[in-house]
Design a binder for this molecule. Sequence first.
Ligand code: ADP
Ligand code: MG
Length: 255
Amino acid sequence: MSKVEQQALVSCRGLVKNYGTGNAMVQALRGVDLDVRGGELTMLVGPSGCGKTTLLSILAAILHPTAGEVWALGSNLTALSTARRTAFRQRNVGFVFQQFNLLPTLTAAENVTVPLVLAGWTKRAALHEAFKLLDRIGMHDRADHLPGQLSGGQQQRVAIARALVHHPRVLVCDEPTSALDHKTGTAILQLLRAVAVEGERAVMIVTHDSRIFEFADTMAYMDDGQIMKVERDRASFVTSTSATDAVPASASSQP
Ligand code: ADP
Ligand code: MG
């Protein structure tokens, strides 16, 4: 086994994804192999329509491939039943999207509690956990604000807190900075990289925002449903102390 494979938290081999049938069929993925390591940022980049979101969705156990295999955290996702794959996703995967998808009538803290409440936590225990996390990402004083009262960057921080509150080992982000200005986008990337490093998480980011490419440890370049090139060990900057401080550490126990 190669070094890369040993370190991979998520791997796929021979992934094919077709949408539709007959003349209307679109081949979104045409044989993708990838190893995603823990403790670093992996970016999937490439032109619109090349299959980035499809690949991310399959690696995050949202979508089932037409052919090929996905291994994540030691489980063969492609061999699991739909119910078990859903359970795997709820336990192990966090999601961050371009549109922050916060619930407008809930406060920042209440938004962060949603995954825990769905997992059966009491509201009180979930709020306690949410406040801890918001504190660590410098959002404590905004915990009681509604999303409409927050800036885009603050909303994305809340969305990241929500994605991390159940301590997933895998975090997937689809165009997380495209609704943000450059300075805010840079701060979000510093936070995501710190999240990856400190939590030994596999963090995958789909983007076509070339201004944030410098933050990737691994870059996978896609075109027309295939990976054309993978660059490893490329992040050259040092994560800032403030971003590192902002990260939830190890898994906490459930009440
Ligand atoms: P990207 O994220 O790189 O823009 P996508 O993974 O969204 O690419 O899409 C890859 C290809 O699959 C595109 O041609 C797109 O139109 C097609 N596609 C994506 N989702 C669907 C769907 N649900 N039904 C049919 N075609 C789809
Ligand atoms: Mg996309």
